[in-house]
Design a protein around this ligand. Structure first.
Ligand code: UD1
Ligand code: UDP
Length: 374
């Protein structure tokens, strides 16, 4: 069985690493498994891509399409053109895509049109907000996938084609596999948050959704609202390249400066970022994956969005949707500051977020393959 795995953007790496490792363990004389890793090159900075390969033990990509940044149509089209040629050459039995980025959509469509089965890891998530590019990617990818692997049970109800399997969360497989290594790192010391073994209270912020950062008024409003928190504790902000360029072009460097409590740093590697989140007093984010990771780490997460495609993190985890309008963010931050510490983190571990999701995926695929051959 030959499988082509696709990665393209930062959140793909931690999802695909455990899946490739699980397939490697299933490789057997009666069922040899050949795996190829294709990187579309959607993300390409060392700190958005290369660093994760080293940290997560991902093999070097067999092929890098080097598409780089562009508008949605141009980027998706470039990936489709180049990935189609790879598929014609490689002729895999299955293409495995993960998540909801443009690379996911482009490669799934290519494969399906060539009659190659597609497996979608992290299927069935829906924010209900079709204005979000990722929502379009999710809907299209799920509609054409043959095997749909879901992270939460209610996602199964959003899948209307293919074989649907609730397997748990591969992102959490990575978290659990790397947590100990991450916690052993001198991250807090290096960021000046720990001296003589005493850890300072701090918040962590990540921000990259176009709806939050592409408009000056919104980004400035968010900066002003979060600066209220910055009066109480430092807000460590690993800045996504999209956001970095907007802060600069909108002239907001002072707002996001030290005087308002922000500590802007380059995007962090996976292990340092895990360490930073695990020790944080609170995390503020518009990331998808971070909502899930904070749930497992038991760290309060204030999500700067009006909706989430990951409702289990709110229902069972530590996630609170405080909205994205600056007035709502201000109110959400104030409510957090006012809440007694003991009420902050009631949480349960969502079903099957147990570190074994990738094994379940590999087993389903192996069974599917054997049934096809029989
Ligand atoms: C993409 C995904 C988003 C995901 C995010 C994770 C889509 C539609 N969006 O958003 O779902 O949450 O990745 O981080 O697929 N840039 C660099 N260096 C890089 C990568 C990007 O400088 O290595 C800059 C470029 O100016 C680029 C911009 O960031 O135009 C946006 O990159 P892009 O991949 O288009 O979207 P993201 O916002 O990263
Ligand atoms: N992450 C990281 N360094 C950072 C910020 C995030 O390693 O500076 C990790 C984070 O722990 C999670 C993943 O990147 O595993 C989430 O990616 P991102 O927020 O870019 O995308 P999303 O999940 O929103 O699609």
């Amino acid at each position: 069985m030959k499988i082509v795995h696709v990665v393209g953007a930062r959140p793909n790496f931690m999802k695909v690493a455990p899946v490739m490792a699980a397939f490697a363990r299933c490789d057997a004389p009666d069922l040899p498994i050949v795996q190829r890793l294709v990187h579309t090159g959607q993300h390409y900075d060392q700190r958005m891509s290369q660093l994760f390969f080293e940290e997560l033990g991902l093999p070097r990509p067999d092929i890098n399409l080097e598409v780089g940044s562009a508008s949605h149509g141009a980027q998706t089209g470039r990936i489709m053109e180049k990935f189609e040629a790879v598929l014609v050459e490689e002729r895999p039995d299955l293409v495995l895509v993960a998540g909801d980025v443009n690379s996911t959509l482009a490669c799934a469509v290519d494969a399906k049109k060539l009659g190659i089965p597609v497996a979608h890891v992290e299927a069935g998530l829906r924010s209900g907000d079709i204005g979000m590019p990722e929502e379009i990617n999710r809907i299209v990818t799920d509609a054409i996938s043959d095997l749909l692997f879901t992270t939460e049970r209610q996602a199964n109800g959003n899948c209307h084609a293919g074989e649907v399997h609730f397997v748990g969360n591969v992102m959490i497989d990575s978290l659990l596999a790397h947590r100990e290594r991450a916690l052993a790192r001198p991250t807090l010391h290096e960021l000046g948050l720990a001296t003589d073994g005493t850890v300072q209270r701090y918040a962590v912020l990540t921000l990259h959704r176009p709806s939050n950062v592409e408009e000056r008024e919104r980004l400035a409003g968010l900066g002003e609202a979060i600066a209220v928190l910055g009066r109480h504790l430092p807000v460590v902000f690993p800045v996504h390249p999209r956001t970095r360029s907007r802060i600069a072009s909108f002239g907001l460097d002072r707002l996001f400066g030290a005087a308002n409590g922000f500590r802007c740093v380059e995007p962090l590697g996976y292990l340092d970022f895990l360490n930073l989140m695990a020790n944080a007093h609170v995390v503020l984010t518009d990331s998808g994956g971070v909502q899930e990771e904070t749930t497992i780490l038991g760290v309060p997460c204030l999500t700067l969005r009006d909706n989430t495609e990951r409702p289990v993190t709110v229902e069972q985890g530590t996630n609170r949707l405080i909205g994205a309008a600056p007035a709502h963010v201000r109110a959400g931050i104030q409510a957090f500051l006012d809440a007694p510490a003991t009420q902050r983190t009631p949480h349960r571990v969502p079903e099957l977020w147990d570190g074994h999701a990738a094994e379940r995926i590999a087993q389903v695929v192996v069974d599917w393959w054997r049934a096809r051959r029989a």
